[in-house]
Design a protein around this ligand. Structure first.
Ligand SMILES: CC(C)(COP(=O)(O)OP(=O)(O)OC[C@H]1O[C@@H](n2cnc3c(N)ncnc32)[C@H](O)[C@@H]1OP(=O)(O)O)[C@@H](O)C(=O)NCCC(=O)NCCS
Length: 150
């Protein structure tokens, strides 16, 4: 297994848009194409990256870095994470989160946040396993959680 993140380019953007989570997971994360449109609209804050294992595209992560945002949990964190159906529970999500945290540290952040939709099938157990802790805040029905970057 050789994991890496890659930028989105003209060569891989179609494959990126074809990444699909399990149908029952679609309520927990936006399609990659929508995330890329948002990244296009907010290039100063969005950090979209593709997850590869060797030459296989297996996922997508998008960080958001907006250090001056008045809402503290939108200053540095995970905006999106989609690991393709059939490739989950292999360590790709963990790798993507760790790489995003490394980027956050490079930028001088000390805390990363994530928001998830709660309920059966939600990514909550994954993020708790990654060390995120709910802050007690709720945004639009989503649980806000934080992770302190060592
Ligand atoms: C949530 C998601 C990103 C996890 O990615 P993944 O590649 O399957 O996770 P990993 O294989 O890296 O798992 C890392 C750890 O979390 C655990 N884990 C992952 N999903 C879990 C789940 N649903 N329940 C319990 N534990 C889980 C793994 O067992 C592993 O534990 P370990 O460290 O003891 O081995 C993936 O399932 C996904 O894309 N879901 C649909 C979209 C979504 O909800 N995105 C998040 C939006 S905020």
């Amino acid at each position: 297994m050789s994991l890496r993140l890659e930028n989105v380019t003209s060569d891989n953007v179609q494959g990126a848009c074809e990444l699909k989570v399990e149908p029952w997971q679609e309520k927990f994360v936006a399609p990659v194409a929508l995330s890329l449109a948002e990244a296009y609209a907010r290039p100063e804050a969005a950090w979209p990256r593709l997850v590869y294992n060797d030459d296989q595209l297996v996922g997508f992560i998008m960080g958001g870095f907006d250090p001056n945002c008045p809402i503290d949990y939108f200053r540095c964190g995970i905006w999106r994470l989609n690991i393709a159906a059939g490739h989950q529970r292999t360590g790709y999500g963990r790798f993507a989160v760790e790489e995003l945290c490394a980027e956050a540290r490079r930028r001088g952040h000390t805390r990363a946040t994530v928001l998830w939709v709660p309920g059966p099938g939600s990514p909550e157990p994954f993020y708790l396993r990654m060390g995120f802790t709910p802050t007690g805040q709720i945004f639009n029905g989503q649980t806000v959680a934080e992770y302190f970057l060592g």
